[in-house]
Design a protein around this ligand. Structure first.
Ligand code: NAP
Length: 455
């Protein structure tokens, strides 16, 4: 009976994930997967011979209440941090399963022991890495840190040491307690050393990679526990995380090996960063509203600043007003805009922007030369032409939204703040670019008021 329930829940997971691949059905997909998870947990609790049901139940209630409350309270701007930390907890849980099985001497065959250790290593790396990613996204940790010398060699040495020790313990009948402790400390340190040097524009790739790691770790531990549900859920997360990593790396035009072992420093490379010339030209809300009102086509490019300001609802109101006035409005989304994969899609969907108005980088880039106004709202790195032209720039090679090719560019931002990668943006100094200063929420509200006044 339990096997049957697991099978049904597994199917529901796969269907839920399929539904998540389109924004139109994503919420439904989340619900299907959520119900499947509850069913699977209940089935596990009913498994004959399960010990400590009371303790498990208390842990479940504590975890569920904490997650429910924090998910309800989290501000939309803190969503990337929350995703990072919950991802880390998944990896940590997988490592904890391995620890419990190894310490309890329940791993009876060497092959299972080896899988437990591999899963534990990946899980501990995902846990430590995700905590660091969380701290970086939350602004609690300086962006990059690496050993003064031979960092990559140290990582390689630590990886060999961790796996070597782990495998020795994994194949032994009674793994030594101190040895296991040391193994987990080394695995956590490995996660830290791998993630600490990564910063700036590479963060999206590392976040999706850690996501894939967590899935893999859960899959391995599912095998150790002989739990098909965990195996499938882990593999599904591992596979989708891997695909996301490949997509993110492609969006950044950065081989994954480079992200891990030749990371961008996240600091401005002075070559080129200082060569920006021209002057910043300001627009009032009235100037900007007029330019937008009399355009035929406007492409709106949202970025992290729109998320921080929580301006998505106002932005959609502005777009609707422009459309009523006969202007064609499109939204252009860069895959790494914001601070988590799909960040802008989530915000625009929340505001009710129809999916057919939202375009990916490849779909929209050809349209900028025919666009009258590109309206950049709190985006910076994803529209920085240095990525095309300045080989000294830390974002060199990353495909960008070619807003500079539009007839006019209007940028909403608060001041001279740089983007996540910490570099200057020559776009803002171009002759046909104007800045409207202020927080996105207030500026867009002012634009709406101006448009209404124009009638
Ligand atoms: P960005 O490069 O971080 O630039 C955001 C801009 O928004 C800043 O220049 C800032 O300028 C402005 N801003 C901040 N608060 C604002 C507000 N309240 N109202 C208006 N403007 C505001 O953003 P992006 O173009 O979206 O690029 C994303 C960057 O984050 C990329 O480098 C990407 O690699 C990185 N990243 C992405 C992810 C992911 O998964 N998507 C994860 C981690 C890192 P002012 O201070 O002058 O206002």
């Amino acid at each position: 009976m339990i096997a049957l329930i697991y099978f049904a829940a597994t199917l529901a997971f796969v269907l839920g994930l399929k539904a998540m691949s389109s924004p139109a059905t994503a919420v439904q997909g989340m619900r299907i997967a959520g119900v499947a998870m509850v069913v699977a947990v209940v089935a596990t609790l009913l498994t004959p011979g399960l010990n400590h049901r009371g303790l498990i139940f208390i842990a479940l209630v504590l975890g569920a209440v904490t997650a429910w409350r924090s998910a309800q309270r989290v501000a939309m701007t803190e969503m990337p941090q929350m995703v990072a930390i919950y991802n880390g907890l998944g990896g940590g849980a997988a490592a904890a399963i391995a620890a419990a099985e190894l310490v309890g001497g329940r791993v009876h065959t060497p092959s299972v022991g080896i899988l437990a250790v591999i899963g534990a290593t990946i899980g501990a790396v995902a846990f430590a890495g995700s905590v660091i990613a969380w701290a970086k996204l939350d602004g609690r940790l300086a962006r990059v840190w690496r050993l003064p010398k031979a960092h990559n060699d140290a990582v390689l040495f630590l990886a060999i040491l961790t796996l070597g020790l782990g495998l020795t313990l994994g194949v032994s009948d009674h793994p030594d307690g101190f040895g296991l402790f040391l193994f987990f400390v080394l695995a956590l340190a490995l996660g830290g050393l791998l993630t600490l040097p990564i910063g700036g524009a590479d963060m999206p790739v590392v976040i999706s990679l850690l996501n894939a790691f967590t899935g893999l770790a859960v899959g391995f531990e599912g095998y150790v526990l002989a739990n098909p549900m965990l195996i499938v859920a882990g593999i599904v997360v591992g596979a989708s995380g891997t695909l996301l990593t490949v997509l993110m790396a492609k969006a950044m035009n950065r081989p994954i090996g480079n992200v891990l072992f030749a990371p961008l420093t996240g600091e401005a490379n002075t070559t080129g960063a200082e060569t920006v010339s021209g002057r910043l030209k300001e627009y009032s809300a009235t100037d900007a509203a007029a330019a937008l009102r009399y355009a035929q086509q406007v492409v709106i490019v949202p970025g992290y600043g729109m998320a921080v300001a929580g301006a998505q609802h106002k932005v959609w109101e502005l777009a609707q007003l422009l459309e009523e006035a006969g202007v064609t409005v499109k939204f252009a989304i860069h895959p790494v805009a914001g601070r988590m994969p799909g960040h802008m899609n989530v915000l625009l969907a929340e505001a009710g922007v129809p999916y057919e108005k939202i375009f990916d980088l490849e779909e929209i880039n050809g349209e900028f030369p025919q666009t009258d106004v590109a309206l950049v709202i709190g985006a910076n790195d994803v529209v920085n032409p240095a990525a095309r032209t300045n080989s000294g720039s830390p974002i060199y090679g990353m495909p960008i939204l070619n807003v500079d090719q539009a007839r006019e560019v209007i940028v909403i931002k608060r001041g001279k703040g740089k983007g996540y990668s910490g570099i200057e943006n020559e776009l803002f100094y171009l002759d046909h670019c104007h800045l409207v200063y202020g927080s996105a929420q207030e500026v867009v509200a002012a634009l709406i008021a101006e448009l209404k006044a124009m009638g």
